[in-house]
Write a protein of this length. Structure first.
Length: 253
């Protein structure tokens, strides 16, 4: 069984590790042994645990999962030269990663929290020599898409990386709307979950515009609700969310 070393032990690292733990041996490196033990408990399998100052990256395959602001600090504490580093850091350029981490090969990746259930949409870019390995590794937690530039992965960060938060807001708001009109909370939540489950399957093969047109009949309930969404500027707000997330990714770099 191959070994994957997680440098960083936050939510994203845990989500990815949940998706990989059956097919890879997991190591995790962090600043607090207590937090590393909590990571291990949450993961539900035994992992090798190291503090930054104790860890040698020599010839390791690294999944780099620290906060973007901590790249320089963590890089100074790690010793040895990694075989390859797969970074999940938003807005952190290949140039910055190579300047602060001892490796010749870096691939930027942007998974999302659905990695924990094997359904992440992960975008990738970086060292072409490691494209196939990156797609295999991250393909174990969902779908991958290799992009041709860092600008594109910064844009994709706002779509796939941050997208679960946007959809969670919409899901909660739709359920709240049903409750407001008199539906019991448990019923509203169950129906909302069923809606998202079915929609996730449909959207794989049907263009969103065609899907919308197939539901919306003339003068019907869907048309009334859809008109309310347009009046409230939901379409524009979604587009602005992607723009704001992209600009933030650029600012982080």
């Amino acid at each position: 069984m191959k070994t994957i070393t997680f440098v960083g032990n936050g939510n994203m690292a845990l989500s990815i590790a949940q998706g990989l733990k059956e097919i890879y041996k997991i190591e995790v490196v962090g600043r607090s042994m207590q937090k590393l033990e909590k990571f291990e408990d949450a993961l539900g399998v035994n992992v090798e645990k190291y503090l930054y100052e104790q860890f040698d990256m020599k010839d390791k395959t690294i999944l780099f999962c620290v906060k973007p602001a901590n790249v320089e600090e963590v890089g100074k504490k790690l010793s040895g030269k990694a075989r390859v580093i797969f970074s999940v850091l938003a807005g952190t350029t290949l140039e910055k990663l190579k300047a602060n981490l001892n490796t010749d090969a870096v691939v930027r990746t942007m998974p999302n929290l659905a990695a924990s259930v094997g359904k992440s949409m992960t975008t990738l870019t970086g060292d072409l020599a490691f494209q196939e390995e990156a797609e295999t590794l991250l393909g174990a937690i969902g779908t991958t898409r290799w992009l041709g530039s860092e600008k594109e992965i910064d844009i994709a960060t706002g779509l796939a990386g941050s997208g679960p938060a946007y959809l969670a807001l919409i899901a909660e708001a739709l359920a709240d709307g049903a409750v407001k009109q008199g539906l019991k909370r448990d019923d509203a939540m169950a129906i909302m979950r069923g809606l998202f489950g079915g929609f996730g399957e449909l959207i794989q093969d049907i263009h969103p515009a065609l899907l919308k047109d197939g539901v919306m009949s003339a003068g019907g309930t869907t048309a009334a609700g859809y008109g309310a969404l347009e009046d409230a500027g939901v379409r524009s707000a979604c587009m602005q969310a992607i723009e704001s997330a992209y600009k933030k990714a650029v600012a982080l770099s």
